[in-house]
Design a protein around this ligand. Structure first.
Ligand code: ZN
Length: 248
């Protein structure tokens, strides 16, 4: 099966459409696995949810999805994020709300565990260092765990070495396919569609072949100015608009 793995769309429909178009050009996909944060920050929350729902797909709940539903205190977020969340809450249609309410925090698809943040704390924890990554392997049983949340594409690889577990990690190279050994263990982050934070403003996604366990990672340009125009029209915070140009 060919899976389009996407995460952290953040209501950026222009970026999502660019990803869908490029994934089709690259041979298409059978279904979408969305690792959460469909909404929050960007100008098109309802449209992004509706677009993903047109495909056969699964989605897990992200922290911004939870915040948009009022599950958490918005004061947990920085001031710009809080303003965007309050704006998003006003926009959500009943259909979008019901869909977000239906999302699980954790899913297993064969050898793949799927969460937004981490297997230890699915909605909230950031895996931002190898030390934190290493602790996560005790919290899932499958060979692979897919995560989003940091908006930084990363591959963590746990393998036996001298009778112990060794961990390596790296940032993948765009347009490169990684063949993953299912006898070892992996935590994989595809990066963010709608608000990358690795100093590269291009949208990130992965096409995953679940038979060969091939993780093909892509970065693609999209019309950032278009999203920024829509954000200005919506009155969203300037800092959130500017950051899209730089990828931070
Ligand atoms: Zn996010």
């Amino acid at each position: 099966m060919r899976v389009l793995v996407i995460s952290d769309i953040h209501a950026n429909l222009v970026a999502l459409e660019a990803v869908l178009a490029r994934a089709r050009e690259e041979g298409g996909f059978d279904r979408i696995w969305c690792l959460g944060d469909l909404v929050g920050y960007g100008p098109n929350p309802n449209e992004c949810v509706a677009r993903v729902r047109e495909f056969e797909h699964i989605t897990v709940l992200g922290n911004h999805d939870a915040a948009a539903l009022g599950y958490v205190d918005v004061d947990e977020f920085n001031p710009d994020a809080k303003r965007a969340i309050l704006w998003t809450q006003e926009q959500l249609t009943t259909a979008t709300r019901m869909y977000l309410e239906s999302l699980p925090q954790r899913l297993e698809e064969g050898p793949y565990t799927i969460v937004h943040g981490s297997p230890r704390d699915p909605v909230w924890e950031y895996i931002l260092s190898p030390a934190i990554a290493k602790e996560q392997f005790a919290h899932f049983d499958t060979p692979f765990c897919l995560v989003g949340h940091t908006h930084v594409p990363t591959i963590y690889h746990l393998f036996p070495s001298d009778g112990r577990d060794a961990l390596t990690w790296h940032y993948p190279e765009p347009d490169k396919a990684y063949r993953l050994n299912p006898d070892e263990r992996w935590i994989l982050n595809p990066g963010s569609v709608g608000q990358p934070r690795d100093q590269d403003p291009r949208a990130a996604f992965v096409l995953l072949d679940t038979e060969t366990h091939t993780w093909h990672y892509y970065r693609i340009p999209y019309d950032i100015e278009r999203t920024q125009y829509l954000m200005r029209e919506a009155g969203l915070p300037v800092r959130l608009i500017v950051r899209l140009s730089y990828g931070w």
